[in-house]
Design a protein around this ligand. Structure first.
Ligand code: PBG
Length: 326
């Protein structure tokens, strides 16, 4: 007779037994799909480093959002490629701005979709930095005013949530004040509270045409080695009135996500970023990994680490895979 008492394998014997004791379940409603709006009509231009991701004209953004909704996805986050860029990022806060147009189009085509607008300037500035630049430096307080204007115009165009990603100090309170001052109290803020200066954003910069023309973003985004500082960033945004705290990127920063989840009683979001998506795609295209399984495993593990919602380019595909698995 064996003296083994505890046999965890008992509950792993069949799929139904495993399902009974599964702790974390990914659901389509957990997922938010990023979309890149560009000028024109009927435009679907694939991003070369992100197969399956496109620059979409506003009509196509609406179509893509409808397809995502059909698959069970309930949120989209909008990025914009403006017609022209300038020093003051005027395309970011114009009423006719590309994200504002896209927000209105999604609202109309898919009324129940949660519309999130990424609130940053890097896609709209001629130099590609996330704020106003003077003498080679990104100025914090001058940038706040423009971010606040951007958030208000996005909210007026129908965004349910604005998502400041510029990593300027005080951006959440500046945006909260501006929204409240414009009668937009019910518009929520999902702050990119903990955003690292990451090489995993590489493909996004092609998708959003937002690579900085000089230097990099290390003077405002966080250093990969820092965890205590992440708690400080999250604490500040919590105090400034954020409704959701985001950690970005996701898979290489799951320890940070877990700490944010445990320390703050706000929903935690994780952004599974462009480079994380591109790596899975590339390996899958080479036949080196099973894409569907790696996708679902990755997203499940991000949720297990503490994410209440996950922003991912895989949103629609994952939602479909989850439904088929039912
Ligand atoms: C804008 C912004 C970036 C991402 C989201 N918002 C790029 C950056 O900071 O350079 C990255 C998203 C991704 O890589 O998928 N500031």
């Amino acid at each position: 007779m064996s003296d083994i008492i505890h046999r965890p394998r008992r509950m792993r014997r069949t799929e139904h037994l495993r399902a009974l004791v599964r702790e974390t379940r990914l659901a389509p409603e957990d997922l938010v799909l990023p979309l890149f709006a560009c000028p024109g009509e009927n435009v679907r231009r694939e991003v070369s480093s992100m197969p399956g991701v496109f620059n979409l004209s506003v009509d196509e953004v609406a179509r893509e959002a409808a397809a995502a909704y059909e698959a069970g996805v309930r949120g989209v986050i909008l990025f914009g490629l403006p017609e022209t860029k300038d020093e003051t990022a005027s395309g970011a806060y114009s009423e006719r701005g590309i994200v504002q147009q896209a927000a209105r189009a999604v609202r109309k085509a898919v009324p129940d979709m949660v519309v999130i607008a990424d609130t940053c300037l890097c896609e709209y500035t001629s130099h590609g930095h996330c704020g106003v630049v003077r003498r080679g430096e990104v100025l914090n307080d001058e940038t706040l005013e423009l971010l606040a204007r951007t958030a208000v115009s996005q909210a007026e165009a129908g965004a349910d949530i604005v998502a400041p990603s510029a990593m300027m100090d005080g951006q959440v309170s500046a945006i909260r004040d501006a929204l409240d001052g414009s009668g937009l109290e019910s518009v929520a803020i999902m702050s990119y509270a903990v955003k690292y200066a990451s090489a995993f954003y590489g493909p996004f910069r092609e998708a959003a045409d937002s690579a900085p023309a000089f230097g990099d973003r290390r003077a405002y985004q966080m250093d990969a080695g820092n965890a205590r500082e992440a708690m400080r960033e999250a604490e500040l945004d919590y105090t400034e009135g954020a409704d959701i705290l985001m950690v970005k990127p996701a898979t290489a920063y799951l320890d940070i996500l877990r700490q944010v989840r445990d320390r703050f009683d706000l929903p935690a979001a994780a952004y599974h970023v462009s480079g994380e998506y591109a790596m899975i795609k590339a390996a899958a295209q080479k036949g080196w990994i099973d894409e569907r399984r790696v996708m679902l495993e990755t997203l499940t593990c991000i949720k297990r680490a503490g994410a209440d919602l996950i922003l991912t380019y895989y949103a629609t595909e994952a939602a479909k895979a989850l439904r088929n698995a039912e």
